[in-house]
Design a protein around this ligand. Structure first.
Ligand SMILES: [Zn+2]
Ligand SMILES: [Zn+2]
Length: 104
C-alpha cells in the first residue's frame, strides 16, 4: 500500500475501486480523513477488544487485533502506512476544512 491510502477504506466493499484505492495528496490529509471517518468506530471496536484489519488480504487471513495501538503497529509493519498516535489526533473542531479542500 501507499502511505497516503486509507487502510480502512481499502477493504470497504461499499466503495468503488477508485475510492478504495484513493491516494491522498499528503499523509496528513489521509490522517484527517481517518481520524474523522474511522476513529470513532474503531474506538468502539476497541472496547470489545476486537479490531479487524480491513485490508482484503488480512480479512482473508482473519487478522484480529485487540487495541488501536496494535492496529497502528500492524498497518505500519504490514502495509507501510503510519497513522497518528492517539495523543496526536486532533479534535474534530481543529481539523482544517481548508486543508481538505486543497486536495479535492
Ligand atoms: Zn478511510
Ligand atoms: Zn492488515
Amino acid at each position: 500500500m501507499d502511505g497516503k491510502q486509507c487502510p480502512r477504506c481499502i477493504g470497504d466493499e461499499r466503495l468503488s475501486f477508485e475510492e478504495r484505492t484513493f491516494k491522498y495528496c499528503r499523509p496528513a490529509v489521509m490522517y484527517d480523513h481517518f481520524d474523522r471517518e474511522h476513529l470513532e468506530e474503531m474506538k468502539e471496536n476497541e472496547k470489545h477488544n476486537l479490531i479487524i484489519c480491513d485490508h482484503p488480504q488480512c480479512k482473508e487471513e482473519g487478522v484480529k487485533l485487540q487495541h488501536l495501538d496494535h492496529f497502528r503497529a500492524h498497518v505500519m509493519s504490514r502495509h507501510g502506512v503510519s497513522l497518528r498516535r492517539s495523543d496526536q489526533v486532533k479534535s474534530f473542531a481543529k481539523i482544517s476544512r481548508r486543508l481538505l479542500s486543497v486536495c479535492s
